[in-house]
Ligand binder design. Structure first.
Ligand code: NDP
Length: 471
């Protein structure tokens, strides 16, 4: 059959991507380790459409035209290896495997090498947008050889989200680059969500806004600089009543313990390996960890004191505008860190990432889609070697105008004993990054004092050591 594609893995993501691919005019052959899932799919969502189900992996591979294009949507890690190992004996040189799972980028680098040696093309692609995106148009960040990408470009662009008719799918670069970009995307998603949550908590606990007021504020913010999917769904969340407890909002009855699947943690770990500051994603991961200590927090709340509640002498509208500015500016700091991290990884792995293009593919389909990504695209289109987003004229101007609001909001939260780890780390990052001098001179003196680690001087070249205890 012409124009056909194979999909392996028929849980939420694979199922919806298969439906999306079929909708674009492809004939889709499907396979799932447990056949019952394939059967269910063909009898329900897939019924009457251009799908072929296969119980055996051999018949699945045989059903595909050559060179075969197979999209894997299975659990990352060992299950992906197991699936590739099961497919490999039936594949031929020139076939193309696309791993669309949330795979760790180093695994993709390894698998890419292994497949290349066998003559099978391998593409590791980040696919973002969750269940809904998979069905109607996700954001797609594909890593692999340019040759392999050319083969699958029509497919990936056809199923991707579109913004102003431009597909939110692109070739990011070689091997693990697509999964790396997706990982940082997920990390940024963590900090975006945590920032919004900290701002919400201030509005709820200091401004004492009701659910409908919170809805109105977020809905209003969604019309301006903060226009984004996450602000939109946050506004929506404050309209959802709890059917279990009539008269209350569902969000107020949800246990305040956050779960995670690990991609935020991977981003932080990689930043530590690369030696670049990634404080905001890291604080967001820690915020989830501390939220999970619910039982300890209950105990601690009974014995550990916070500050005396200060007099609330603020103008409500003024504070709301400060909160908006603080949120936008912190978000910019988070993207500045995220893009600087991608740039360090690009250098480390020779990926030659195109940041304007990455901002473009984040603009639609994915969870962090936002209007302001256009500004990031413009910044990197002007200078792809920009050291830091904060140095671009647009972001520089926002930083200079909005940092007082962030200071005001962080001070207010601290004076009320409300933890704002990500907002305050945005400010610490900003103040460190803009400081010509930091106290690291003292660190170097200490290191040289106890460990003879040497230091450099401001006034001349070279390495120096001092016998600090010598009188
Ligand atoms: P899961 O991550 O739960 O993966 C389930 C699939 O993996 C099933 O097809 C399952 O087969 C297969 N599988 C599990 N273990 C093995 C194994 N040992 N050997 C072979 N196959 C195995 O499903 P999702 O649909 O949530 O996600 C699919 C991929 O997409 C994952 O990598 C995920 O990280 C990624 N992703 C998910 C998103 C989401 O919002 N859910 C968003 C973006 C990416 P079986 O039915 O036989 O158990």
């Amino acid at each position: 059959k012409e124009n056909n594609v194979g999909v392996v893995g028929l849980t939420v993501m694979g199922k919806n991507l298969a439906l999306n691919i079929e909708k674009r005019g492809y004939f889709v052959s499907v396979f799932n380790r447990t056949y019952q899932r394939t059967k269910d799919f063909l009898e329900n969502e897939g019924q009457g459409k251009n799908f072929q189900g296969n119980e055996q992996i051999e018949s699945f591979v045989a059903s595909l035209a050559k060179p075969r294009v197979i999209l894997l949507m299975v659990k990352a890690g060992q299950p992906t290896d197991a699936t590739i190992d099961a497919l490999l004996p039936h594949l031929e040189q020139g076939d193309i495997l696309i791993d669309g799972g949330n795979t760790f980028y180093k695994d993709t680098i390894e698998r890419n090498e292994k497949m290349n040696a066998l003559g099978v093309h391998f593409i590791g692609t980040g696919i973002s947008g969750g269940e809904e995106g998979a069905l109607n148009g996700p954001s797609i960040m594909a890593g692999g050889s340019a040759e392999a990408y050319r083969h699958v470009e029509p497919l990936l662009t056809a199923i991707s989200a579109k913004v102003d008719d431009e597909p939110c799918a692109a070739h990011t670069g070689p091997d693990g680059s697509g999964h790396y970009v997706k990982m940082v995307h997920n990390g940024i998603e963590y900090s975006d969500m945590q920032l919004i949550s900290e701002i919400y908590f201030i509005m709820k606990n200091i401004l004492k806004l009701s659910g409908s007021e919170l809805h109105d504020v977020f809905a209003e913010w969604n019309k301006g600089e903060l226009d984004s999917y996450l602000i939109e769904i946050t506004a929506d969340i404050f309209t959802k009543e709890d059917k279990e407890v009539p008269g209350t909002l569902l969000v107020d009855n949800i246990l305040d313990t956050a779960a995670q699947k690990g991609t935020g943690k991977w981003s932080s770990q990689s930043a530590l390996d690369l030696g670049v500051p990634q404080t905001m994603i890291t604080e967001s991961v820690y915020a989830r960890f501390i939220s999970a200590l619910k039982n300890q927090r209950i105990k601690a709340s009974k014995v550990l004191n916070g500050p005396e509640q200060p007099e609330n002498a603020f103008d409500r509208e003024e504070l709301l505008e400060s909160l908006r500015q603080a949120l936008y500016f912190s978000k910019i700091c988070s993207y500045a860190q995220g893009f600087a991290q991608m740039s360090a990884a690009s250098e480390e792995y020779n990926w030659n990432l195109d940041y304007g293009n990455i901002a473009m593919i984040f603009r639609g389909g994915c969870i962090i889609r936002a209007q302001f990504l256009q500004k990031i695209k413009e910044a990197y289109d002007t200078d792809n070697n920009l050291d830091n987003l904060l140095l671009d004229p647009y972001f520089n101007k926002i930083a200079n105008e909005y940092h007082p609001a962030l200071r005001k909001v962080v001070s207010l939260a601290i004076s009320h004993g409300i933890a704002v780890p990500t907002l305050s780390s945005a400010l610490a990052y900003y103040d460190s990054y803009r400081s010509e001098r930091l106290p690291a001179n003292l660190l170097q003196a200490q290191r040289d004092y106890f460990g003879a680690h040497t230091y450099q001087r401001l006034d001349k070249e070279g390495s120096f050591h001092t016998e600090w205890q010598e009188k």
